[in-house]
Design a protein around this ligand. Structure first.
Ligand code: UGA
Length: 441
């Protein structure tokens, strides 16, 4: 099938590439000329495992192409996916201006000879956006082409986007027309995943409700972690114990510094906002946000409690990205932490395997030295803070780290180091929701 994807961000680029991989002909459209040129020349705008090879092979097989010309894509493709950003406004509502602009452009590009078209919303949007897109098309289309609008939310995670797309738990298709539903099911035929067939509004709500529920799980375990710290219990054991109940599951019960990234903070806010607008306020999610905001404060308090004044303390931070396996630093808790430490006058060094460049941009004007080696980063440090859950931090040579550091103190904000190993290497080991461990004197 011929598919157009408008927007080559994380969702658009990986979705388009995976569609090409399973045999569709895909045209990816972006209005950023420079980005499109780079993609045409095999240069990746983002780091995402497995993506580069898949793009290169599908481009050379003629299944995947890039253009800035939206009209050509509308002309050639019966199904047009919208995957443009939906950033938050200051009040938490979702900025839908990119969706509106693209819908308008699609309407302008429709021609009588095109026949039937499906416009699919892939971006995360508040409920009822689909009907607004339909209105825009009706209002601006210069001819009478039959168009259906569909919601097909994406559930991929950055860092495992290709894997998630190729092996989804489920595919949600929200359509108010059987013709659109049948064609959408053909798009997803090559994927062996159950298809959830629902109406347009339910599909839009599924995405907001799913992300908010995952954020809620994280805040729940972080709130439990705070109790564990006071009670002398171990949040990892608690998570294991409750997670073995299939009704709860162990996934997304990792206590830490809280959730970040371009999705959860924005989507929780967006869901709160639309629920307020609809007169069905989600007070529960306001608490989820507050727990998340408190998590970094609690962690900073514990560092201060240990180190007293942070001014002129040498603090090394491992991790800048908002999570492992990505170079994305949007709403990264690690970035917030680095900024806060620097503001308090600490001498901060930071290291991230992939997010050095993006991190340097996000931290412009902040007094921090970004290192290109994780061991160099800890040289002469008095505290090592682990802020992102990269695997290579979990497997670090802690004896070497100890030799390089000035004082043997670790604050593990992601509970990924092996506490006993840290103690054997001579460290005091502080983590989230667990007792601190100290070497024998
Ligand atoms: C999230 C969802 O997991 C995807 O299903 C969804 O498609 C995506 O948002 C989206 O809406 O586009 P993503 O933001 O890429 O994916 O990353 P996650 O793996 O969900 O992690 C989000 C944040 O939660 C990270 O900061 C991570 O460190 C944190 N986290 C995650 C925890 O603190 N504890 C956990 O147990 C899991």
């Amino acid at each position: 099938m011929n598919l157009a994807i408008i927007g080559t961000g994380y969702v658009g680029l990986t979705t388009g590439t995976c569609f090409a991989e399973v045999g569709h002909n895909v045209i990816c459209v972006d209005n950023d000329r420079e980005k499109v040129e780079k993609l045409k020349n095999g240069y990746m705008p983002i780091y995402e495992p497995e993506l580069e090879d898949m793009i290169l092979s599908n481009v050379s097989a003629g299944k995947l192409s890039f253009t800035t010309d939206l009209a050509v894509a509308v002309h050639e493709c019966e199904i047009i996916f919208i995957a443009v950003p939906t950033p938050p406004h200051a009040d938490g509502s979702v900025d839908l201006s990119y969706i509106e602009a693209v819908s308008h452009e699609i309407a302008d590009a429709l021609r009588p000879e095109h026949g039937y078209r499906i416009i699919v919303d892939k971006s995360t949007v508040p409920v009822s956006t689909g009907s607004k897109v339909s209105e825009v098309i009706r209002r601006y289309a210069a001819c009478d082409v039959k168009v259906d609008v569909v919601s097909n939310p994406e559930f991929l995670r950055e860092g495992s986007a290709v894997k998630d797309l190729m092996n989804p738990d489920r595919i949600v298709i929200g359509a108010n027309s059987q013709r659109a539903m049948d064609l959408m099911k053909r798009v997803y035929q090559p994927f062996s995943a159950p298809i959830v067939e629902v109406d347009l509004s339910s599909a839009e709500l599924i995405k907001h409700a799913a992300n908010s529920f995952l954020a809620l799980k994280i805040s729940y375990i972080n709130a439990v972690a705070a109790v564990c710290e006071k009670a002398g219990a171990d949040v990892e054991l608690v998570a294991q114990g409750i997670g073995m109940d299939k009704r709860i599951s162990r996934h997304f019960l990792n206590a830490g510094l809280g959730y970040g990234g371009s999705c959860f903070p924005k989507d929780v806010k967006g869901f709160i906002n639309i629920a307020d607008q609809l007169g069905a306020p989600m007070y529960l999610l306001k608490e989820v946000e507050q727990i998340n905001a408190r998590q970094i404060e609690r962690f900073l308090d514990r560092i201060r409690e240990k180190m007293w004044v942070l001014r002129n303390k040498r603090i090394a931070v491992w991790g800048i990205a908002f999570k492992q396996n990505t170079d994305d630093v949007r709403e990264s808790v690690a970035v917030k932490l680095i900024r806060r430490l620097a503001e308090e006058g600490a001498i901060v060094t930071a290291y991230d395997p992939k997010a050095a460049e993006t991190g340097a941009r996000a931290l412009e004007g902040v007094s921090v030295t970004i290192c290109s080696d994780m061991y160099e980063c800890v040289r002469d440090a008095e505290v090592l803070v682990v802020a992102t859950e990269w695997r290579q931090f979990a497997t670090a040579n802690l004896v070497k780290v100890r030799e390089l550091m000035h004082l043997p103190i670790i604050f593990d904000g992601r509970n990924i180091l092996h506490g006993e190993n840290a103690v054997h290497a001579g460290f005091e080991y502080h983590s989230v929701g667990r007792k601190s461990l100290y070497p024998e004197r």
